[in-house]
Design a binder for this molecule. Structure first.
Ligand SMILES: Cc1ncc(COP(=O)(O)O)c(C=O)c1O
Length: 359
């Protein structure tokens, strides 16, 4: 028998949100609402669709370093292009980070309820995840600091945190970074940062200039609405980026993705608009949850973690049978996570939720 390496023998397979097509096939619904993967509910900027029509040269490999996109994004962020690297989604960058920096038995600190891929990738490298509990859905940075040992290599912070939506503010993050030994990489995953409207939101680019061990992860999959094309990026000191290039798969970001991201950066009004709509809509949902007396975590992102008080797999099924896909199977058995949709989708979600509560 061919045996896998020991570190992957008991590794669970990542459970992605149920795809729309699958629900259409299984339930015959045409009008399925997907509120499970925190995507942009309306898609991407029309300028991206337009730009993709011009795409030629599909028989040639893409440029490995995505130089046009890199310069464009560097200009947009006002940083040096050498501080950027792209991934086939930011999830590929998480893989590259672990591959490049973790040796077996190294330790890596993360919280108990966050994006699950950090832990899987740490384990695949034979390193040891050191798990620090969230306090009421919020990062306990003091406990993370206390968890540091001479074996610590990477600390993971997801801000706002998926799935609790909690935000670490600029000053708190800065004080934390200042305490961390310089040989430990701090990964700040900002997949949802464009949704934050709180003025205390970290200015992570300034922090990146101050702390050379900070690596910021971002993605075009969320507010930019480009989850299908797979494009994420990391911002860090050139010395860290240079190491990541050594483990980067040769043509990891494709022509479509590079082209789409360039057009997406050009349409910042799309981003601003969706930040505003999301802000209004998540407030409406939270107000309704308040009026029902349900517990949820106040969110800074485009999703809400809600305690339904009922077994979450039953809640999932109830919504599914009415054409709405939500996230169940979370750490807590009665919680669901719901992506903030369009105003119309949210109305339908809340109507079905009301039906569930009254049944
Ligand atoms: C916190 C967080 N980071 C990273 C990702 C990965 O996104 P992508 O690989 O699409 O860029 C996700 C996706 O859900 C996420 O929630």
């Amino acid at each position: 028998m061919i045996r896998s390496k020991r570190s992957v023998q008991n590794l669970p397979v990542y459970q992605a949100g149920k795809p729309i097509e699958e629900v259409q096939r299984e339930y015959g619904w045409q009008d399925v609402i997907k509120l499970v993967s925190n995507e942009n509910p309306v898609g991407c900027s029309p300028k991206v669709i337009e730009a993709l029509k011009d795409l030629h040269l599909l028989h040639h490999y893409p440029e490995p370093l995505a130089p046009v996109l890199r310069n464009k994004l560097a200009d947009h962020l006002n940083i040096k292009p050498q501080k950027l690297i792209f991934g086939n989604g930011s999830s590929e960058l998480i893989q590259m980070i672990c591959r490049a920096f973790l040796e077996p038995k190294d330790e890596s600190i993360l919280v108990d309820f966050t994006y699950s891929i950090y832990q899987s990738e740490v384990k695949i490298e034979g390193a040891i995840p050191i798990i620090v509990p969230l306090q009421n859905g919020v990062y306990d940075l003091e406990a993370m600091y206390q968890a540091i040992t001479s074996k610590t290599k990477i600390i993971w912070i997801c801000n706002p945190n998926n799935p609790t939506g909690a935000l670490i503010d600029h000053e708190t993050l800065r004080v934390f970074l200042a305490r961390i030994p310089k040989n430990i990489l701090v990964v700040l995953d900002e997949a949802y940062i464009e949704y934050v409207t709180d003025l205390r939101c970290p200015d992570s680019l300034t922090l990146s200039a101050e702390f050379k061990q900070l690596l910021i992860l971002r993605t075009f999959s969320k507010i930019y609405g480009l989850a299908a094309v797979r494009m994420g990026y990391a911002i860090a000191d050139k010395t860290i980026i240079d190491v990541l290039h050594r483990v980067r798969p040769s043509f990891n970001t494709n022509r479509y993705a590079q082209h789409a991201a360039i057009a997406a950066i050009d349409d910042q009004s799309f981003v601003t608009h969706w930040r505003t709509v999301n802000h209004q809509e998540r407030n409406k949902i939270m107000e309704q949850l308040d009026s029902w007396g349900l517990h949820y975590y106040p969110t800074h992102a485009n999703f809400i973690l809600i305690d339904t008080g009922l077994p979450s797999h039953e809640v999932f099924q109830f919504f599914l049978e009415r054409g709405i896909i939500i996230r169940d199977r979370l750490k807590y058995p009665t919680y669901i996570r719901v992506t903030v949709g369009t105003p119309e989708q949210n109305r339908r979600f809340l109507a079905v939720f009301a039906e569930l509560l009254s049944s």
